[in-house]
Design a protein. Sequence first.
Length: 422
Amino acid sequence: MLRYGNIIKTINLISGVLKFCMKKIAFIVRLFQDKSFYAGSEKFIYKIINEFIKNNYLVDVYCNELDINNNRINPNYTNLVRIKNVNGINEIILCDDGSDLSIPQQAEAYYDKIQIMLDERQYDFAITDGIAPKIDMTLLQVHSLINKRFKNKNFFLKLYYKKYKPKMIQDVNCEEKWITQNHRKIFVVSNRLKEDYVSNFNIPENKISIIYPGIDLTEEVEKKKDTDVFTFGISATFFKRKGGLLFIRALRKVKQKGCKFKAYIILRNNSGSKMRWFNILLKVFNITKEVEFISFQNDMRDFYKKIDCLVMPSHEEAFGLVALEAMINKIPCIVSSCSGVSEIIKDGFDGFVFDINKNASSNLAKKMVYILKNQGKINECIINAYETAKKHTWNHTFFELESNFNELPSKESNINTNEQQV
């Protein structure tokens, strides 16, 4: 019995030594979930955490909302909720103390508390997801509010925002305050995103590194039968921003060209009052028989089985992970010129990119008609797209991040730089 106890003590000692030797990283996110991802940003966080775990990092997650196995974990507003050893994660700390993070003062107080916990554990690296009061490094997966609301807007619209949208102005000012703090590094998911933050906040280019999202090298999705009508698909959970209306306008032009097709549109909710408006729109455009609205997909592989071509006509898209996932499933893609994923797609070679800045619906329709009329030529494009996607695995994303870590200034030197700037 004594010998067994000694073995257990030895194992625990070895485990403790190994943990001590491991590099420690903390992820600070608003929402952490491990499946049924509602957006590519949540999926990025989960997947990259897995890669850090596989490569022997000790990973902790600090979050304001927590969803494990599709179960929402309720917070304890007076005490932290700590969950040990979840999917290889050392510890998940649910930090919801009732703060309203949309109020800048409360957000700053919340992140001050997080920083105290980070200091106590002495992490090698800490990364926040999105613009937040400064914590070491930040990963940006969305465009800035300045870019969304003010860039390329006319003078009178800017005056309207300033007079009637004071909360928006407040949020913009907070973004500028938080993003211009001297992070050791800022990571973005595309060059377009980098251009946004460099141009709008005068951040030095060498302070920002581009880290493209990745995909899993999974088995090929079962394809539709060749006899089925050629089917386009779009994920438009945020209908306007994802280009849902633009897609419908393009479909009308495609039908006017005499082409036969079918189209699936994923909505955030395919029931309710908005559906009446959507159905009226289809009748006006005379494409009711060709288009079907479907609900949010917990598993996008089910969606890929239904379509022959993915269309991503987003007006604003920091990257567009759904396109990369379609490519690895050997589905050709048409993406807008403003999407981040268009940076890794060569038009006509491994996918199609249409100009969204002028005559967008006509430009998109031309690409769709070309695919419908040249399906025999698309096979080579599909093969090229698959090969392109294979270069962008989550493992590759991890090594890109880690290589940046190796070039970081020490925390001490970064603090000294901050003090000199003050």
